[in-house]
Design a protein around this ligand. Structure first.
Ligand code: AMP
Length: 512
């Protein structure tokens, strides 16, 4: 059996699959080149039997050819982020014990010392494209396909193993919900070591015979100019990217603004995810682009689970309803006990509007954390429900609202439950606040004090007291930040997500 995604490519052979700065690839070229990569990786064996292959390749033709080549050789693809440090790469190499490493010519130097030290074969992408095609193994969809590392905002990165059939489900639910079609053309500059860029944007496009245009990195001017060409139909990004695009639009000439806005209006769908979309970004983007952003919720372990509708009202601050084939429930979690002991104690299903931990079940849910059976056992119950660690609630209309990670965004202050995401959303409405992160900081009086690290706009005079006065008009007293720190920047990971454990340490020793 061939890999489902690759098998489908045979239906679209003459269509354009990939557009990249170095050139395009038709589906025929993609299939042939990736088969050549697979043949070279197999060398004189029949099947790599799920061996891990780590690859460090920028977004472009070589990335997808390597990924499909690894799959067709029967191996598990482990993509690295281009910005990873030697320490982070070493961690992944030691964690996955790869049979081989692949690097784009520009990144050979990064992997060479490690390959030599560990005695692991290192291939240059260009070398794998040489030679004849050989026989390729049958790949059962239940076999391992990919290991993606969790962003590690709360703990050490864990390798999330998905099978080919998990990936197929993660793709098909989005193809159905967002009505992907062969004439779609998406611009994808999302990092390709993360589910957002790999599955939501690239794999969905390739599933239906559409075109995925890859940009190795985000640059607001480049993106706007591509949008202005009027030939894109879909765009996906994280909230910080939409913010950067709005900032560039604000600075642009009126003629550029009109061209850029026209490019947005020519598209059929613009999606935001991977982090909470601030309401003011949603509203500003609507003015700039004419689009009400479709916000969805998902994670590396499950692909996407909840989405605002393609047709129908998209509500800012909410992430919609379960996607096709994804079962979702909320389970009552004793948050107080969790905070005190770090141990989860669950009650029954939440049947009202209270917050609870979001649990997910379905064929798109991952198989396991790589070589971490205890951690895997911790997040699945006996009926196969995956406990996401995110707190959510459901509205009267049946749409979901994400409160944040139980471990870092749920703050019990003076006995009240506070969602850090809700406070952040409100604070971001302040005209002087450019970015903010809210955390709970240990406090003798409150238990946890709601604490905000903020980045202000240039020349702002905002201070703790004036911010608190402003916030009191908009938030219940227990949600108003007790502590306020003004920073030049917030620490973020490669996806642009704020690293809250680092933020929390900045409040050490601060008394409210
Ligand atoms: P990752 O596995 O890196 O994609 O991170 C997944 C986590 O990002 C989830 O568990 C959520 O905490 C968060 N997340 C993803 N999408 C959203 C969203 N639309 N709103 C709020 N949080 C989100």
């Amino acid at each position: 059996m061939p890999v489902p995604l690759i098998e489908r490519a045979n239906r679209f052979l003459s269509r354009r699959a990939i557009v990249a700065p170095e050139g395009t690839l038709t589906y025929r070229e993609l299939v042939e080149q990736s088969q050549r990569v697979a043949t070279n990786l197999l060398h004189d064996t029949n099947d790599l039997n799920d061996a891990r292959i780590i690859f460090l390749v920028p977004a472009g033709r070589d990335y997808i050819v390597s990924q499909w080549g690894i799959w067709q050789a029967g191996a598990t693809a482990v993509p690295l982020s281009l910005t990873e440090t030697t320490r982070e790469i070493t961690y992944k190499v030691e964690d996955t014990s790869p049979a081989a490493l692949i690097a784009h010519p520009d990144y050979m130097e990064t992997l060479l010392p490690l390959a030599e030290e560990k005695g692991i074969p290192l291939h240059r992408t260009t070398d794998l494209l040489k030679g004849d095609l050989g026989p390729l193994p049958e790949i059962d969809p239940s076999r391992n396909a990919m290991i993606l590392y969790t962003s590690g905002t709360t703990s050490d990165p864990k390798g999330v193993v998905t099978t080919h059939s998990n990936i197929e489900s993660q793709i098909t639910t989005l193809v159905q919900a967002w009505e992907w079609a062969p004439d779609d053309h998406i611009l994808d500059h999302l990092p390709l070591h993360h589910v957002h860029g790999i599955i939501n944007a690239m794999a969905c496009a390739l599933w239906v015979g559409a075109t995925c245009e890859l940009l190795p990195r985000f640059d607001a001017q480049n993106v706007w100019n591509r949008i202005a060409d009027l030939d894109l139909t879909l765009y996906m990004a994280v909230p910080t990217v939409y913010k950067a695009l709005i900032a560039a639009w604000d600075e642009a000439s009126q003629a550029d603004q009109e061209r850029w806005t026209a490019g947005c209006k020519a598209m059929r769908l613009m999606v935001s995810g991977s982090d909470a979309l601030p309401v003011d970004t949603f509203e500003r983007w609507e003015k700039v682009s004419g689009h009400r952003l479709l916000e969805r919720y998902g994670m590396t372990e499950i692909g996407m689970a909840l989405s605002n509708p393609l047709d129908g009202d998209r509500i800012p601050g909410q992430v919609g309803t379960p996607l096709p084939g994804v079962d979702v429930e909320l389970i009552r979690l004793d948050l107080k006990k969790f905070e005190e002991t770090g141990r989860r104690q669950y009650g029954g299903k939440v049947t009202n509007r209270d917050p609870g931990e979001l649990i997910v079940k379905g064929p798109s849910v991952f198989k396991e954390y790589w070589m971490k059976p205890d951690m895997t056992a911790d997040v699945f119950d006996t009926k196969g429900w995956f406990y996401t660690g995110d707190i959510a609630s459901v509205t009267d209309e049946g749409t979901y609202r994400i409160w944040g990670r139980a471990s870092q965004d749920l703050i019990i202050s003076g006995g009240e439950n506070v969602s850090a995401l809700e406070v952040q959303r409100e604070l971001l409405k302040h005209p002087d606040i450019d970015a903010c992160a809210v955390v709970g900081v240990e406090d003798r009086f409150w238990g946890r004090a709601v604490s905000a690290a903020i980045v202000t706009v240039k020349n702002s005079k905002l201070d703790r007291n004036s911010l608190r006065e402003w916030a009191k008009e908009r938030l219940a007293p227990y949600k108003v930040p007790q502590n306020v720190l003004i920073l030049d920047d917030l620490p973020r990971n490669a996806m642009g997500k704020v690293l809250k454990p680092q933020i929390r340490t900045l409040f050490d020793g601060i008394e409210s």
